[in-house]
Design a binder for this molecule. Structure first.
Ligand SMILES: N[C@@H](CCC(=O)N[C@@H](CS)C(=O)NCC(=O)O)C(=O)O
Length: 309
């Protein structure tokens, strides 16, 4: 089973990035709808604790975080590339800027100004997003509008020479990562349509990204996805090439967690560690082995000496 399975929810701006990769690469994929708030028992059964959306599964390999998902899809399905003209470093750096500079103020506006967000989601995200506080949501949103709009202005400037895509003449990861907060702006932020109307180049580019589509989506039940993991074998070879910080080896028990927000740890034995990736082996309740993959950048890996999991 090599067809990707995306565990996501439709309103997630991060999941939109992954769906666009399927569009660019014209891939067929299975869609598992995950609840917007905890508990997410079938998802955490696979990830060992990581709860964010989206997560991609290919057989018994589980990929957490859009940055890891992007690099894995690029490895398995290299054409057309997410990094045209070799612009991988610039695209990843720009993506990180979008995930922080644009997402933090955009998500705060989304939670603070959108009356359609259910109370239960609001409460969950207040506890979850460490970059957002209750006083931020109760104060006038002016500061967050100013930060978000000044970030969007930088996108407008990037397109000022008439280029069609952020890093040149072909679409790629930089476009999808920066599209995500623009998509959130149009759909979730009060006054978002008016903000975008003052950014004509962004609006034209947004329309171009919209034509890329989402590939071919087929619905799948979360229990079936678990069953697929149970019946599959990971293809990931053990490979610990970075033993400097911290000093760890293949088979060391470790805990891996995001270092920004939603820091739920995944406990397992180390399988891969290099500048780009951390992967651990863990067991499903049924006993079968899965390998859970994370980006190296933005994740904390430490030796785990506790006895749970
Ligand atoms: N760094 C992560 C961030 C993902 C993220 O924050 N996703 C949001 C949804 S857009 C989330 O998980 N929210 C809480 C939830 O869905 O339970 C990535 O790139 O995938």
């Amino acid at each position: 089973m090599t067809q990707p399975i995306l565990h996501h929810h439709d309103p997630s701006p991060f999941a939109e990035k992954a769906r666009l990769i399927f569009g660019l690469k014209a891939l067929g994929w299975y869609s598992v709808e995950v609840p917007m708030v905890m508990p997410k028992p079938e998802l955490t059964a696979l990830t060992g604790g990581y709860r964010k959306a989206p997560v991609m599964q290919i057989g018994a390999d589980i990929y957490c975080d859009t940055r890891r998902i992007a690099l894995e899809l690029e490895r398995r399905f290299p054409n057309p590339s997410l990094f045209p003209h070799g612009a991988k470093g610039a695209a990843l750096a720009l993506g990180f800027w979008a995930d922080t500079a644009l997402f933090h103020s955009g998500a705060t506006l989304s939670m603070g100004t959108n009356d359609a967000i259910p109370e239960v989601v609001l409460k969950d995200r207040l506890a979850f997003f460490d970059f957002m506080s209750e006083s931020d949501l109760n104060a006038a949103p002016d500061h967050f509008y100013s930060q978000f709009c000044s970030g969007l202005r930088q996108l407008e400037d990037m397109l000022a020479d008439g280029r069609q895509w952020l890093l040149g003449d072909e679409p790629g990861w930089a476009d999808f990562a920066c599209f995500s907060p623009v998509w959130m702006c149009r759909g979730n932020i009060k006054g978002g349509e008016d903000i975008l109307a003052s950014l004509p180049r962004v609006v034209d580019w947004e329309a171009r990204v919209g034509t890329i589509g989402h590939g071919t989506r087929t619905g799948l039940d979360a229990k079936q996805a678990l069953e697929i993991a149970h019946n599959s074998t990971s293809e990931t070879e053990p490979n610990v090439s970075d033993t400097r910080w911290p000093k760890l080896n293949v088979g060391t028990r470790v805990s891996v967690a995001p270092d920004d927000y939603g820091m739920d740890p995944c406990i397992g034995t180390l399988r891969v560690l290099n500048d780009e990736e951390i992967a651990v082996t863990r067991h499903l309740e049924t006993g079968n082995e899965v390998v859970v993959h994370f980006p190296r950048f933005g994740y904390r890996v430490i030796e785990y000496t506790g006895d749970s999991a």
